[in-house]
Design a protein around this ligand. Structure first.
Ligand code: ATR
Length: 276
C-alpha cells in the first residue's frame, strides 16, 4: 500500500490524515496516511528515513515548509515563488516539491464561494510565510489591484518587490489603511485567536459587499471578530482552503481530483462554524 504522511511540529491537531483517508475512500485509492511529529533539527533525517522505508509523499506543515524546499531536486513554480513547499513527492529519480496553499485558496474562493477575482480590489493582511504562499496564485487571477498591508511595513514592501512591477500590487503598513475599501480582505497574519478584535479601520470594508476571509479555521480569530463587529455579512474561515489544498495535493499524487464538498461538509459539522 502506498504510504504518505503529514510532517510538522506540532502535528497532532492536523486534519490531513482524515481528509486524505476520505479522499482515498471516495476515489477508490488504497493508501496509508499518518502523522509524523518531527522537530526542526530532525527534519532532514526523518524525511530520508520515510523515503527509504518506501514512503511516496509528504504534506509539510509548520515549521518545515522552507526546509522542505531545500530537499527538493525539482521545484514547482508556486513553491519557488512562495519560497516554501507544503508537498513533497518521492519519485524514482527525483524529490519534487510543490506548494498547493495558494491554488487551494483560489479554488475555495472561486468555486466554493463563487467569487470572480478578476477585477476585484483585494487586501492581503500579513507579509510572512502564509502571505508569501498565496500571493502568486492570487495575482494569476488578475485582480484590479492587490494591496499587501503588514504591521511591519518594510516586510510588505519587500514581499511586493519580489513581483513584477506591472502586477497592480502595492504595499503599506496597517496604519496606512483607511482611504480605500476592498471587495475581498484576506487575513494571513498570525494574529490568531484573540479575545479582542484586530484594530483595523471600518472604512476598508463595505459591510454588504466585502468578503472577509481568514486563512485560519476552527475558531474565531481576532480578524473574524473585527469583521463581525463591523457588521460584515460575508465572513469566512479557512476550512475550505484546508480541504482544497489537500485536494490539490491528492491530485498531484494520484492524478484524480476528489469531490471536496462532502469532505468540507463533514468537517464543518465537526468544527465550530465560522461561515456566515
Ligand atoms: P506565517 O508563516 O504564519 O505567516 P510569519 O512568517 O511569522 O508566520 O508571519 C506572521 C505574520 O503575522 C506577519 O505578517 C506578522 O507581522 P510582522 O511582520 O509585523 O511581524 C503578522 N502578525 C503577527 N502577529 C500580529 C498581530 N498581533 N497583529 C498584526 N499582525 C500580526
Amino acid at each position: 500500500m502506498e504510504r504518505y504522511a503529514v510532517i510538522g511540529d506540532p502535528v497532532t491537531h492536523s486534519l490531513s490524515p482524515v481528509i486524505h483517508a476520505w479522499f482515498a475512500a471516495q476515489t477508490g485509492k488504497e493508501i496509508h496516511y499518518r502523522q509524523l511529529n518531527v522537530a526542526a533539527a530532525d527534519f532532514e533525517v526523518a524525511v530520508r528515513e520515510f523515503r527509504q522505508a518506501g514512503g511516496c509523499g509528504l504534506n509539510v506543515t509548520v515549521p518545515h515548509k522552507e526546509a522542505a524546499l531545500g530537499l527538493a531536486e525539482r521545484i514547482m513554480p508556486h513553491a519557488r515563488a512562495a519560497g516554501a513547499a507544503n508537498w513533497l513527492s518521492f519519485g524514482e529519480d527525483a524529490v519534487v516539491a510543490g506548494n498547493t496553499d495558494g491554488s487551494g485558496l483560489v479554488r475555495d474562493l472561486t468555486e466554493t464561494l463563487d467569487l470572480d477575482l478578476s477585477g476585484m480590489r483585494i487586501l492581503l493582511l500579513g507579509a510572512g510565510g502564509a502571505a508569501r504562499g498565496i500571493l502568486g496564485p492570487l495575482l494569476t487571477c488578475a485582480p484590479q489591484y492587490l494591496t499587501v498591508a503588514n504591521r511591519t511595513p518594510e516586510r510588505a514592501h519587500a514581499l511586493v518587490a519580489s513581483y513584477d512591477a506591472s502586477a497592480n500590487l502595492a504595499a503599506c503598513g496597517l496604519e496606512d489603511l483607511g482611504d480605500t475599501s476592498f471587495d475581498l480582505i484576506l487575513n494571513a497574519t498570525a494574529a490568531g485567536l484573540s479575545d479582542s478584535p484586530m484594530s483595523l479601520p471600518a472604512s476598508i470594508l463595505d459591510a454588504e459587499r466585502t468578503v472577509c476571509y481568514d486563512l485560519m479555521y476552527g475558531a474565531d480569530t481576532a480578524f473574524l471578530a473585527w469583521a463581525r463587529q463591523t457588521d460584515c455579512t460575508r465572513v469566512c474561515d479557512g476550512l475550505g482552503m484546508l480541504v482544497e489544498q489537500a485536494a490539490e495535493s491528492f491530485e498531484l499524487w494520484h492524478g484524480v481530483h476528489p469531490d471536496t464538498g462532502p469532505v468540507r461538509d463533514r468537517l464543518r459539522s465537526a468544527t465550530k462554524p465560522c461561515t456566515a
